[in-house]
Structure formats: C-alpha cells, structure tokens
Design a protein around this ligand. Structure first.
Ligand code: 9MR
Length: 410
C-alpha cells in the first residue's frame, strides 16, 4: 500500500503537471532539444507532418538523406541544395534546431567520387570544394554538422575504414575535413558521428583517439555523435552509456545521441518485448539526462512507417517511438516520463498501449471510470511497464504516472 508521503508527493507533482511533449520536457530538463530525422518524401504525409512540425514534440530536425554528397554534388563541381533546402526550410519554419548531416562519408557518394583514380592532391581539392560549398550554403543555419561520418570500422586492424578518402589521403583527411568546415562556418558545432561507439570497446577507444587526432592537428572538433542504433534487449545500460559519455566529455567535447532507434530482430513484438524496448529507450534517455555534456537526443525518425530498418535488416523493425499508425508505444511513455521527472514535473495520465500497431488513446489525459472497463480504486496501480491490470480509476480518482513502472489512482 502506498504511503501517505507518496500520495502527498503525487499531489505536488500534479500541481506541476504540464501538457507533456518530448522537446518541451527535454528543454525543461536542461537539454537543448529532443529531435527527429526526417526525409523529403515523408513531408507529403500530413498526419506525420502534424507531429513532426510540432516544436513542443520535436525541437530539432536532421535531414535523413538530402544533405549527403550524392544529393548535393551529383557531378563534380555542380552543387545542388534544392532537396536539402526542403528539410532545412521546414525546420526553420517551425523554429527547430538543425543538425546537418553529413559532409564526408564512405556511403551515398556519387560514383564520380568513388570511381575516379585520385591522388592525395586532387582528392584533397575535391573534398575542400565540397565542404566549402555545402557549409557555406547552410552557414548560420546548422547548430551542428556531422563533418565526418562512420570513419571507423569495427573490423579493421587500423581502426579506420578503408574508403576512398582513407586510401588516398590517409588519416589526415579527418582533421582536414574538420578544419575546412570550421573555416566555412566558425559558429557551427563540428561533430564526429558513428555507431557502436556508445559504450566501451575497441571502436569507442578508436573514436577517442580520432578526437585526439583532430585536436592534435589543431583543428576544431566540438562533439561526438552517438548514433544509438540499438537492439531490443541488447541495449547497454544507462550506467554503461553514461560512462562512455563522460569519457568523451573528458576530451573537452559535447555529445549527442544522433540517430536513436531500438529494433526488434523478430516481429511482431510481444508485450514483454515492448516493455524491454521501453527500458532500452529509457537507458539512452537516462544516460543523456545524467550528463551535462549530452546536449540532446535525436531519433532516426519517430514513426515505424519511415524507419530505415526493414529495408536494411529483413524481418526486423518496429524500432521507433511511434507505431506506423502514429500512436505511441510504451517506449514513448518511458522517455516522456523520464524527461518529465528530470524536469521536475509529471505527465498527464494516459491509457497504456499494449497492442502492437493498434494502440489507441495514448495522448489522452484521462481516467475516471467509464463504461464496463475494470476500474481501480484509490491508491491502486493503474499503469506502468508490464502492468496488465485495470488502467481506469474509479471516480473521482485520476491515474497519475509516478514513474515508468508505476501509475497510481489518486
Ligand atoms: O536513413 C537513411 C536511409 O534512408 C538511407 O537509405 C541509408 C543509406 O545508407 O542511410 C540512412 O541513414 C544513415 C545515416 O545517414 C548514417 N548512419 C546510419 C543511418 C541508417 O543507415
């Protein structure tokens, strides 16, 4: 039975209750933003756009594709920003911070870059022209640039990915890219962005050395982007993630979770799986909340309908905070509750979302008794991860989220 103290605390929390949205809560908790990636084709989906454009929900946007080299310089010296501008204009119209993505990456390169036989001098000139043009075009618009993306290879003996840049220019291409970007927009935060560097291991150690390499050349690096493409049940704990954040912070850089999703390796997810996914998203959220060096969290799209996972990992998916029908998952509730708790507030009570893809009513503040649904009495549990009992309170009580695992009729 809950103590009187618990119920008094709940009353205080109710007084501080806000209409919860992820960015609003993240900012109230001291972060710069909670954001999402998006892509041009998605902007014709009006129901999706209604959520994406809500600054209180997503205060930051990352273009998922159209700032990449194959889009912005499809043939040598011909720069085209029309498609990238669609996303940056969208973000600016909504007052959203932009993370710009990306300048130098082995993937999504036009064939003229990968197929030519470059010398160090000629590829250096090409890289310099590309970075100068793109960073200048977006100058003043990008909070941050992912300057170099995924330069490390999990299996390479050197730690570096042997792409056209590394093979032609050597490791020097990395500080060169950062110095070139800094010259073009001194105010943009310059990030190194990668996956599997969110927790201690060989690749994270290589990422630390990469930051030190850039610094040793006297070039500016402001941040490390932790992509955060995780798997349900295999996501590192909050303390493991936090330890790695602090390792980067000790180098004098900030960090951000830049591409978070937590995928199921087999579908459809079970109720227990959804609860685990909520724990996993919660670990990422808690880690970021626990460090002043973590500026924000970006999900690699918020809606399963637009996730990159199913086309890359056959049979896997459901990795986002929202189902494809734009209702929210238990993971959403956990992220929201953790942000709210860090902000010193609470979120409106809501009915829970157990069913896969058919969840309903998750945004509704609710829960006095109605109809024939089972009701919970005063002080009874009415929600939380793994809770399968009544989610409606007997009149006049309201279901209040105490934490991700426990909601109570008060
Ligand atoms: O979301 C992007 C997807 O639409 C592209 O097909 C894919 C091509 O590799 O790139 C995806 O975004 C990637 C990001 O740019 C870098 N980190 C991994 C992301 C997921 O693949």
């Amino acid at each position: 039975m809950p103590s009187k103290l618990t119920s008094l605390a709940a009353s205080a929390l109710i007084l501080g209750q806000v209409n919860a949205n992820l960015n609003q809560l993240a900012q109230a908790a001291g972060k710069l933003y909670f954001g999402s990636a998006t892509d041009n084709s998605e902007l014709s989906d009006s129901a999706y756009v209604a959520i994406l454009s809500n600054y209180e929900e997503f205060g930051q946007i990352t273009p998922g594709n159209t700032q990449k080299w194959e889009y912005t310089e499809p043939t040598e010296g011909n720069f085209t920003y029309t498609e990238g501008d669609v996303i940056t204009d969208f973000a600016e119209a909504n007052g959203q911070i932009l993370r710009c993505h990306n300048l130098v990456w082995y993937n999504q390169l036009p064939s003229w870059v990968t197929s030519d036989t470059w010398t160090n001098a000629t590829l250096t000139a090409v890289m310099e022209a590309h970075i100068q043009s793109e960073v200048t075009h977006y100058k003043g618009q990008c909070y941050a640039w992912d300057v170099v993306n995924e330069a490390l290879d999990d299996n390479s003996p050197t730690g570096y990915r042997t792409d056209v840049f590394y093979e032609t220019m050597g490791v020097w291409y990395i500080p060169f890219a950062f110095a070139t970007a800094a010259a073009a927009d001194p105010d943009a935060k310059l990030y190194y962005n990668d996956y599997n560097i969110e927790y201690a291991g060989n690749k994270a150690t290589a990422a630390v050395e990469l930051v030190e390499l850039i610094q040793s050349y006297g070039a500016k690096i402001d941040g490390v982007g932790l992509q955060g493409h995780f798997i349900v049940g295999e996501t590192p704990s909050a303390s493991t993630l936090l330890a790695q954040i602090e390792t980067y912070a000790a180098l004098g850089v900030e960090v951000a979770y830049t591409e978070v999703d937590v995928r199921f390796t087999s579908l459809p997810p079970t109720t227990a799986g959804l609860a685990q996914q909520a724990v996993d998203y919660g670990s990422v959220t808690s880690a970021c909340l626990s460090s002043d060096s973590c500026v924000g969290i970006t999900v690699w799209d918020f809606d399963d309908a637009y996730s990159w996972i199913p086309s890359t990992f056959s049979g896997e998916g459901d990795a986002c905070l929202y189902w494809a029908n734009l209702t929210t998952k238990p993971a959403y509730d956990t992220v929201e509750s953790l942000l709210a708790s860090a902000a010193g507030t609470t979120v409106p009570a809501k009915t829970s979302t157990a069913a896969t893809g058919t969840a309903t009513g998750t945004i509704t503040a609710t829960s006095t008794s109605s109809g024939a649904q089972p009701t919970q009495s005063e002080y009874g549990q009415c929600g939380g991860i793994g809770w399968t009992g009544a989610t409606v309170c007997a009149s006049p009580y309201t279901c209040i989220i105490m934490n991700a695992y426990y909601s109570q009729c008060l």
